[in-house]
Design a protein around this ligand. Sequence first.
Ligand SMILES: Cc1ncc(COP(=O)(O)O)c(C=O)c1O
Length: 283
Amino acid sequence: MLAYLNGEFLPLENAQLHVSDLAIQRGYGIFDFFRVNERVPLYLEDYLDRFYRSSAIMGLEGVIDRPALKEVVYQLIRRNGMQEAGMKLILTGGYSPDAYHPVKGNFLVSQHPLVLPTAAQVAEGISIITYPYRREIADVKTINYIMGVWLLKKMKEARAADVLYHRDGIVSEFPRCNFFLVTRQGTLVTPANHILHGITRMRVLEVAPSACPVEVRDVRLEEVYEAGEAFLTSTTKGVLPIVNIDNRPVGSGKPGPVTLALRDLLRQRERAELQKSHQVQNS
Ligand SMILES: Cc1ncc(COP(=O)(O)O)c(C=O)c1O
């Protein structure tokens, strides 16, 4: 498996950084992650928009320009030959002489097998817990997942598949996913603030108006407990139904009809996107 590091294609096991990198010293860096399906980097432009935006906000330098980055992505797809994969872009704070001030970053692109939800999770839905926390600089995809990783033990004890953050009574997101609920009246609602703007969330918001009314606004924790349906979204999880929150069933306790309809619409949208990309490649 090949990776790309600072201008070079090399075996993934040789893609190494020095310990003085600010990512190791202070946890300072950004990343992004997209899916490769049928050798197509799905919605690549959206992920690149987010990645360049993250680097600008965090004051990080060292990433190559957009055409060069796309060339790296397509070369890795060609040379690694994986039909289905995840691809990760990482930009670190660099080899900081005083271990505090960012310098020119190290830029890495790597490809990985996809870790998808289990068939049971997709069919039956998942149980989640909630936890009082809000991510720092939430709209940037930083490499800081300290709370999410720390909460893994609590999730395991509660037999929960994920944990929903809330603060001051307002819910935001999961460590790696966005949150949606469907009210008992059938309106789709998703938090507006203190979130990473997920690409999957954006796609759901694009397709949803054909299925139901949509509201993007602050969501109170009590509303979550009263919801008719709930689900999470992410690049690897797609639309994943939530059937239990803090030991309380959501609605009927089964994946709801709006959730399933949106999951289908999202898949259709993906299918159309892949077909469009294949046509461009073949023309
Ligand atoms: C904090 C956070 N929220 C939401 C998401 C989902 O975003 P996307 O749909 O772009 O994968 C992610 C993805 O890693 C994330 O880290």
